[in-house]
Design a protein around this ligand. Structure first.
Ligand code: XMP
Ligand code: MG
Length: 181
């Protein structure tokens, strides 16, 4: 689905820009894990397109697993208390884990998840995120690779949804407020 759609108020990142960014990130990640096995952990559901495109642009072999988590809290505000909806099938003990995420907002979800995976005995835990909202950060987290820093607005597309819609858009944009009401 093309990003050029009446429900999108403003285009932030085009499909072409995402492609270029992935071509730039993939060799850096390849180099980082050149002498290690890496387990990619994609966060459902938003990271599905990014995981698929990034992992195919990488040249080193990867293993892949998925987690679904949900932050407790009212409405769209993340609380930092995270519930695992679907856990990994893989034992991460002694594994080098790369969390693949669509967006970092407050940082609370990934802060919790990083600590959780380290507590399971992961040898290393790194993060790659396509998008980050620096103005929304509530906790500092070490993110090794970031695609794009974006304004503190609700965005959809390329995996990100509003009520499960717009995930299939090929780029990322700000949703028109008319859609909420
Ligand atoms: P925190 O605040 O813990 O939350 O970093 C990250 C999660 O919040 C969701 N999120 C969004 N989803 N458009 C979305 O569709 C957005 O603009 C947005 N901001 C945050 C997302 O699930 C992410 O994993
Ligand atoms: Mg969501």
């Amino acid at each position: 689905m093309h990003l050029n759609h009446p429900d999108i108020k403003e285009v932030l990142v085009t499909a072409e820009q995402i492609r270029e960014k992935i071509q730039e990130l993939a060799p850096k990640i390849d180099a980082f894990y050149a002498d290690k096995d890496v387990l990619l952990v994609g966060i459902l559901k938003g990271a599905v397109p990014f995981m698929a495109d990034l992992s195919r642009a990488m040249q080193i072999p990867t293993k892949q697993d998925w987690m679904a988590v949900s932050s407790y809290g009212s409405g769209t505000v993340s609380s930092g208390v995270v519930r695992i909806l679907k856990d990994l099938d893989t034992d991460v003990k002694d594994r080098n884990v790369l969390i693949v995420e669509d967006i970092i907002d407050s940082g609370l979800t990934l802060s919790w998840l990083t600590a959780n995976l380290k507590a399971r005995g992961a040898a290393s835990v790194e993060i790659v995120t396509l998008l980050r909202k620096p103005d929304a950060a509530k906790v500092e987290i070490a993110v090794r690779w970031v695609g794009f820093d974006i304004p503190n607005e609700f965005v959809v597309g390329y995996g990100l949804d509003f009520n499960e819609s717009y995930r299939s858009m090929d780029g990322v944009g700000i949703l028109s407020p008319a859609v909420y009401s």
